[in-house]
Design a protein. Structure first.
Length: 379
């Protein structure tokens, strides 16, 4: 951390305060917005932004902007993806200052309706393992001066703070997942060692009753009860399998967990499933929303396998503007008119509502079924 290059006491104090944000319990997007705004204000910059990169670090797919109104952002349209001068900082992972953006050899200009920007300062945001999480950019000092070496040191400090905040958020998510995994395994043991054994004991007792002299009607009722017990044991064993099958989840990001489920459906059930991802899913979507999404996707794919008679499924998972969207389309038999939604679909709607989202099932444009599930609470 280049504290020694920041001589202004006020700037140094604000930088240290930003470092203390690492210990706060605020959501990751809130913390990152604070980093961008404070860095911009202390450097006297009119504009600032934190660009978040894709998982492979090849381009930017999200911007947290400072200095632009909502109307200005709407008129600009699509946000930068990391080309030109912005891409140079992203790909080189080195800080860069420029007195005039248009004079830089790798400048690609600005899109229509974009405010005029002249001076530039960009620093990389690196995770603890050296991966480029994103870049912190400032443009145009309010006093008309170019960005100085001390400005660069200050913003590098804020970039480091942002990286530590991200690292800690990811660590917390992994710890939560580890706790959930331990709880799942405890539940699986209890189900197997206690519940199933008791059901077996009850079944054996009923079997012994069948050997006695029973009336036909009573014998039929006992036989039916034994069958029900057998079915219940099978369902519990399936539940144990589902619980223990998710042991690998803590070591995988959201994309990895989704691909694991789709791989199971594709290879074990011989149903081709395509999937596309868009947005910073692994870095922004928290453990609660991730678990909901995984359960939603598993339920939807299970329903398709059981009821749709489909030959192909397409899954799209996107994160834009703070909204997580899951779209699942199949080419099966489609919706059955007049059928009342089952408990599974009601559960999907409840999960969406819990995350301040929505759930909708409609006929596909070319047949089959289209399901749209969204969430706006991403913790």
């Amino acid at each position: 951390m280049p504290f020694h290059r920041v001589s202004d006491p006020e700037r140094l104090h604000a930088l240290i305060e930003s470092m203390l944000l690492i210990e706060s319990e605020l959501d990751l997007p809130v913390l990152l917005r604070s980093i961008v705004s404070v860095a911009s204000e202390l450097a006297g910059a009119r504009y600032g932004a934190l660009g978040i990169s894709t998982s492979d670090g090849s381009e930017l797919n999200q911007f947290i902007a400072y200095g632009l109104t909502a109307e200005e952002q709407r008129r600009i349209g699509d946000l930068p993806t990391g080309h030109g001068l912005l891409g140079g900082v992203l790909h080189d992972a080195k800080s860069r200052r420029s007195p005039h953006i248009d004079h830089e050899p790798d400048s690609v200009g600005f899109p229509a309706n974009h405010p005029t920007m002249t001076t530039f300062l960009g620093v990389p945001v690196l995770s603890g393992d050296g991966r480029v999480f994103g870049t912190l950019y400032l443009c145009d000092r309010l006093d008309g001066e170019v960005f100085s070496e001390e400005d660069e040191a200050l913003v590098e400090g804020f970039g480091r703070a942002a990286s530590l905040i991200v690292d800690k958020a990811l660590l917390r998510a992994q710890l939560r997942e580890l706790t959930l995994t331990e709880e799942r395994e405890r539940m699986a043991r209890d189900l197997h060692d206690t519940v199933i054994q008791r059901l077996f004991a009850v079944g054996l007792s009923l079997q012994s009753v069948l050997n006695s002299n029973l009336e036909p009607a009573s014998r039929e009722r006992v036989t039916s009860s034994i069958d029900d017990l057998d079915a219940t044991i099978r369902e519990i064993r399936t539940t144990i399998f589902e619980i223990t099958r998710e042991r690998t989840a803590p070591t995988a990001g959201l994309r990895g967990r989704v691909l694991s489920i789709i791989g199971e459906v594709t290879t074990k059930l011989d149903l081709p499933v395509d999937v596309t991802f868009e947005g910073p899913l692994d870095t922004v979507v928290g453990p609660t929303a991730s678990d909901h999404l995984i359960k939603v996707l598993r339920e939807l794919l299970t329903n398709i396998v059981r009821h749709a008679s489909a030959t192909h499924v397409h899954v799209s998972i996107e994160l834009h503007g703070g909204e997580l969207t899951v779209c699942v389309a199949d080419d099966g038999v489609g919706l059955h008119p007049g059928r009342t939604p089952g408990r599974g679909l009601r559960n999907l709607a409840d999960r969406a509502q819990e995350l301040q989202g929505s759930f909708d099932v409609t006929p596909g444009e070319s047949g089959g079924t289209l399901v749209l599930w969204t969430a706006r609470r991403l913790d």
